[in-house]
Design a protein around this ligand. Structure first.
Ligand SMILES: Cc1cc2nc3c(=O)[nH]c(=O)nc-3n(C[C@H](O)[C@H](O)[C@H](O)COP(=O)(O)O)c2cc1C
Length: 184
């Protein structure tokens, strides 16, 4: 799939088929995270691929979202604070969240390309997820991703038009200057 098609085909999926994905495909999707930009090239992400039924059940309870439990695999994405925070202090805390998002988007696009399906689940009890998976206290659990095959392709959610969030040269200015207009 080309990049433009993949970007536009991505959806949050909350209804999964019962068939089990090939774990090698999932590993390829996780591998795509390695190529995301990271401040100072400090890779700050740890992932846990969960396939044990009892843990999937417990994680589902921790998220209070029943669709999370429809699958055979859940990927849990965490950040390790140490190196980025040591190098960049308070700003490093922000970098950690930003670069997790960049890595997650790589993962989501690869999931789409592989015709797998998932949903970014950000609402869950972090304390509970840490307990279930023995995640060290100093880590941050960023998100959960139930992974399966989509039961049906969800409609594209309403997306903002470009002109709703693009300004030129100054915040709030929607007009391109003359030279840019002539070049276009
Ligand atoms: C940070 C973040 C947290 C989210 N948390 C949840 C969640 O807990 N449960 C859920 O069903 N969807 C969650 N979503 C998915 C959004 O609801 C979804 O991306 C949005 O509705 C747009 O739909 P689309 O992804 O199909 O374009 C989350 C998305 C993001 C980026």
């Amino acid at each position: 799939m080309d990049l433009d098609k993949t970007i536009k085909a991505r959806r949050s999926v909350r209804k999964f088929k019962s068939s089990k994905p090939n774990w090698r495909d999932i590993l390829e999707c996780i591998d795509a995270m390695r190529y995301a930009p990271m401040a100072g090239n400090n890779f700050s992400i740890k992932t846990i691929l969960v396939d044990e039924e009892d843990k999937i059940k417990e994680i589902t309870e921790a998220s209070q979202q029943s669709f999370v439990g429809q699958v055979e695999y859940i990927l849990v994405v965490c950040t390790t604070p140490s190196r980025t925070e040591t190098s960049y202090g308070e700003k490093g805390k922000i970098f950690l969240r930003q670069q997790a998002g960049a890595a997650i988007q790589n993962f989501l696009l690869k999931i789409t390309e592989k015709k797998l399906a998932t949903c970014w689940v950000g609402y869950f009890s972090e304390k509970e997820v840490k307990r279930i998976l023995s995640i060290p206290e100093e880590m941050q659990v960023e998100a959960l991703f139930p992974i399966g095959y989509s039961m049906q392709k969800p409609e594209l959610k309403r997306k903002l038009e470009l002109d709703a969030f693009l300004y030129f040269n100054e915040y709030g200015n929607k007009k391109m200057n003359k030279i840019q207009k002539i070049d276009a």
